[in-house]
Design a protein around this ligand. Structure first.
Ligand code: FES
Length: 81
């Protein structure tokens, strides 16, 4: 099975997505941005997987777009929006 693990995920992100790494990306559920990035780098390829593992996007969904962008950049893929 192909591993979706990504080394050095920060190297894949544009500068604008590297800001506020220690702040909560998902305010509703208090999920730090770095937790989301590490979850994606450890193999999460969809918003649903990120939500299951971190609870990010599980509030009113306002951070969904940012999670989509992080997945796309870290895994070099395009997601259906
Ligand atoms: S900030 Fe993530 S669901 Fe609201």
């Amino acid at each position: 099975m192909k591993s979706n693990f990504v080394n050095n995920p920060l190297d894949k992100l544009p500068d604008i997505l590297k800001r506020n790494l220690d702040k909560n990306l998902c305010i509703c559920n208090e999920v730090p941005k770095m937790d989301v990035i590490n979850t994606i780098a450890n193999g999460a390829m969809t918003v649903a997987e990120v939500q299951k593992q971190t609870y990010a996007t599980g509030g009113n969904g306002c951070c969904r777009r940012q999670v989509v962008r992080l997945i796309e950049c870290i895994h070099s893929i395009e997601l259906d929006k």
